[in-house]
Design a protein around this ligand. Structure first.
Ligand SMILES: Cc1ncc(COP(=O)(O)O)c(C=O)c1O
Length: 462
């Protein structure tokens, strides 16, 4: 270990560390760019060293009520004892990566997944959501014998070539709203071949006319969409939208893929699809399914999924991965799902009560300060938009949201011990570990932060 980082233990035994400089600076000596996932580089940078339940702790021992949840996996809270115990038990029982045949825990996990989400007739298990969306696209292409795909502007579906487009492009980058019509794929990465992006068609959320427009012009393999856009906050489907998508996919022979990496198991045991009453052909899950341990899931109709083991090599779709269904992640996922299933209404009921209290409290504060704002919420996920209506798509947000107030408020909250990711429009997550006291402290911090921000602004205006 580098001598520039002094390690110690706090009273709870949790590791804490005092960096001689900023972690980002230290990390940059060895880690290209200092962070291992580009979106973790934000200002202000907080040096987190431990986490428990709803709380994060930094290297100076300061606590933060966490609404970031590491981009959403921690549905039951950080270091949930029952999940950690399940992982420890699995190791004690010598569960290991066997790499041959299947294991009882893989079978149990698959059974739990299929029993929890009605559209999952068969599943496959990966390590990440990105792997699962890549498989969903390839499977759809193999099934339909078509190459083009439809994605949603403002959606995020992973880092691989087909889906790595700008999630929050500026109006200059994306251009004004077109309907019906499609938007340019703005690569989020260098190195993506034009031959790939040509096959990808981007339309706005809640815009069925544009979906039909693309389907009429291009032989489309799949529509891959989050059922609620939760990478630009929380943008809910309008009544009839998901039904309309289902209808268009049926009409044009297109595979409907719901990316429930964020909504899955967070909204309800059966995913957002269960709440909406829509059955996609394929679904993809991740994040909350293993409460913070790495896992991705692809599943759906048995006839489509059968392509993963088609006896005809020309039709077979490859599924492979040394670490697929790793025992540590599998143990965590089994424990998470058993907890959610055994105690379904208690966990979801608890989260709903806390999230609703927060939503009502935030709305009251914005009203008190006469700040136009809407708290958009899908179960545990919420986002405040500083505009006079709940947004329907990314253009709506670009045209109406006060990004500067959003960003400044997040920074002011961090200063007051509430960790809202400091990037405008990022979704916040309530977990089962959040207490009523956490919610009330959050509301207190929000009132104080807003009060200071508005006073600063009115002073500046003088
Ligand atoms: C909706 C959605 N799909 C897919 C992914 C990719 O998942 P992973 O980061 O596990 O590869 C994410 C990650 O944020 C996501 O939000």
């Amino acid at each position: 270990m580098s001598s520039s980082v002094a390690h110690s233990s706090d009273a709870t035994g949790a590791a804490s560390a005092e960096p001689a400089g900023s972690w980002l600076d230290l990390g940059s000596r060895y880690i290209a760019g200092g962070v291992v996932s580009l979106n973790r580089k934000v200002e202000p940078t907080v040096n987190f060293v431990s986490a428990s339940g709803s709380r994060l702790r930094d290297h100076l021992g300061r606590e933060y009520i966490d609404y970031h949840a590491a981009f959403a996996p921690h549905l039951l809270g950080h270091n949930e004892p029952a999940i950690n115990q399940a992982v420890q038990d699995a190791i004690a029982q010598r569960w290991s990566l066997m790499g041959s045949g299947t294991t009882p825990w893989e079978v149990r996990l698959a059974e739990l997944l299929c029993e929890s989400v009605p559209s999952l007739e068969r599943v496959q298990i990966t390590n990440t959501g990105s792997e699962a969306t890549a498989h969903a696209i390839r499977l759809s292409r193999a099934w339909t014998d078509r190459d083009d795909i439809i994605l949603i502007l403002g959606g995020y579906n992973g880092w691989h070539n087909e889906v790595a487009r700008a999630v929050m492009p500026t109006l200059d980058q994306v251009g004004p709203r077109v309907s019906p019509g499609e938007y340019r794929f703005l690569p989020l990465s260098a190195g993506i071949p034009e031959s790939t992006t040509r096959r990808v068609h981007l339309v706005n959320f809640n815009d069925l006319e544009s979906v039909e427009y693309v389907m009429r012009r291009h032989p489309t393999a799949c529509v891959l969409t989050e059922p609620v856009l939760q990478n630009i906050g929380v943008v809910l489907p309008e009544p009839g939208y998901l039904e309309g998508l289902r209808g268009l996919c049926d009409r044009f022979g297109v595979v409907l893929v719901f990316d429930e990496v964020k909504t899955g198991f967070r909204t309800a045991l059966g995913g957002y699809q269960g709440v909406a009453g829509i059955k996609p052909d394929l679904s993809v899950f991740g994040k909350a399914v293993a409460n913070g341990f790495p896992m991705g899931v692809i599943g759906g109709r048995a006839d489509l999924m059968a392509r993963f083991h088609d006896p005809d090599p020309a039709k077979r779709v490859l599924i492979a991965g040394t670490y697929n269904a790793h025992p540590v992640s599998s143990a965590a996922a089994i424990a998470t799902l058993e907890r959610l299933r055994a105690n379904d209404s208690a966990v979801y009921g608890h989260i709903e009560t806390r999230a609703a209290r927060l939503e009502a409290g935030l709305n009251a504060i914005y009203e008190e300060f006469d700040v136009p704002a809407v708290v958009a919420r899908n179960a545990s996920a919420f986002c405040t938009y500083f505009m006079d209506h709940a947004p329907v798509d990314w253009h709506d947000i670009l045209n109406h949201h006060d990004f500067e107030l959003d960003r400044r408020l997040r920074v002011a909250l961090i200063e007051r011990g509430v960790y809202a990711f400091p990037l405008a429009c990022k979704q916040n997550s309530v977990s089962a570990a959040h207490s009523e006291d956490d919610i009330d402290q959050t509301l207190h911090a929000t009132r104080d932060a807003l009060d200071h921000l508005l006073k600063d602004w009115s002073r500046d205006a003088l």
